[in-house]
Design a protein around this ligand. Sequence first.
Ligand code: MSP
Length: 661
Amino acid sequence: MDKKTFYITTPIYYPSGDPHIGHCYTTVACDSIARYKRMQGYDVMFLTGTDEHGQKIEEKAKDKGVTPKQYVDEIVDIFKKLWSYMNISYDRYIRTTDDYHIESVQKIFKELYDRGYIYKGEYKGKYCTPCESFWTETQLDENGCCPECHRPVKEAAEEAYFFKMAPFADRIEKLLTETDYLRPKTRAVELVNNFIKPGLEDLCVSRTSFTWGVPVPFDGKHVVYVWIDALSNYITALGYKNEAFDEYSKYWPADVHMVAKDIMRFHAIIWPAMLMALEEPLPKHLAVHGWITFLNKKGEEQKMSKSLGNVVDPFMLGERYGVDAIRYHILREMALGADSAFSNEIMINRINSDLANGFGNLVSRTVAMADKYFGGTLPTEREEGEFDSSLIECVSAVRGRVDLCIDETRLKNALEEIFVAVDRANKYIDETEPWKLGKDESKKARLATVLYNLLESIRVISTLLSAFMPTAMPKVWEQIGAGEKDVTYDNAGKFGVLPADVTVHKGEILFPRIDLEKEIAELNAIIEKNMAAAKAKLGADEAAGAFAPAELAPEIAIDDFAKADLRVALVKSCEKVKKSKKLLCLQLDDGFGGRQVVSGIAQWYEPEDLVGKKIIIVANLKPATLCGVESQGMILAADTPDGGAAVVFPDQSLPCGSKIR
Ligand code: MSP
């Protein structure tokens, strides 16, 4: 009989910069599931790859003076090196620049057009010139500006093809609310309320403003815009509408697509709509996780970003603590659906407590005692005792619990379940006190039983852990004297598999304890150096003219300018606006009795950075309500090269209310 199949995918990554620990999360998670499913006997297809088209890539290549393909080739190489370093066992790597993918995307586009789901229209929207991106009204930031660089946007229009979404709205709503497609299901409400209930907008699926993309087959002026190109990868990689592979009917529909929250909408709404339009089966599950954020010294979570210099380099961490420890840490910290804050301290504490003290210690103590009391080979006489059955019961139940977590894509919980058994086994050592048994000749049979039970527990635990930590576990098997046939999935559900006279081999310490203080000092020094370098680079980019100022606004008459009443004001107090990550609410002395202004600068300023400072406000701006808080005017800030904003501070000796002309 044919084996059961299992198809799992990561998103395809943009090769627009070096990969970081955030990119590793989905890939390590999918790898662990793929390994577990292989262990269970499934015929697994694990797909990852790179999403290589688009305007940003075209521009970056131009800046570097290379072709887009040369540019992506170099970065794809780094991605592949990272995946091999992280022990990622993907079965297929798709590049959207692969010929077979391009051929399929063109056929898919044409088919959607022929079926009447794609039509030519005009793309109207808010256009950000520096970012060369269109945004919808709802995507703009609190100030009505570009959500990426926070600069003003303007109305613009361009000819484009659109994909009709409305015909699929009802089926998609049912998919999200009545099936277990989306995980966690709690996210369905936000999708339905934000996108489906207000009426699904047709999706713009072509562009004429750049050329680095798949040409629309029947209209060479257009290239296929990102999502049809990118999402199709999940089926083109199996040979859908191409001859490169012949595995579509074998593996499709996918069992799990795993993605982070920022691309959930595309996978929860647009991808099912595309498949419905093509009359193809829908994937079984979409697992959505949060982001790994960087916890800075003030204890605040920041998005990892190259320009902040806070990106965590997986190669550097792997060199210091071992790849398996890093894999374990990121999987253990992130609950499906939620963000998880990364800090060096949390990571080191986790590695020390779970791996060095918890599991590592269990292995080294057990092996050392077998070595010390029996020269490495256990005698075959046995004497059962108190605590045995509770240990065996706990360890024997783990596999079933882990199976469930894997099937529900809850990897943090899977590891927690395994560590219940680690803790139980460590407790068993405390309960049975083998060091005391070792001193009493008449207790040798009891001691052998205790050590055997411990070795068996380690065998089961390490078999299950091998899907998550594939490098370290074979070393454990070597130490506990387990052969290949002992560490199968089947045997992870049994107790009593190792031979009664098993021989252990003392080996290296699996997860050495990390000196927290020393490491934190070193890692913090690295991060600070990176942050300083990132800042200096921004300065240098600006000096080198890399900073692109926002486009000049059309000419106005002096009278137009005179309409704006700009005044000096003092920030008396300032606080973050609740429920907003971007807004600060400032109480000002404006020389006219005071006022309150709300400003979208919380990403770049702490309230205390502003209190006591004089700033400039537009004093006669019509009041507006932002996140439920009234703003009487706005404060002046300038664009920074990294897309941020810097408040304009006037001469601090100017009196409040002083008019700027
Ligand atoms: N190319 C698109 C995906 C197309 S899939 C058909 C894309 N690429 S990306 O490289 O920008 O991001 C890929 C995935 O990595 C996304 O799910 C993104 O959220 C995830 N992550 C990027 N930074 C991350 C963290 N810091 N933490 C967790 N995931 C992160 O989007």
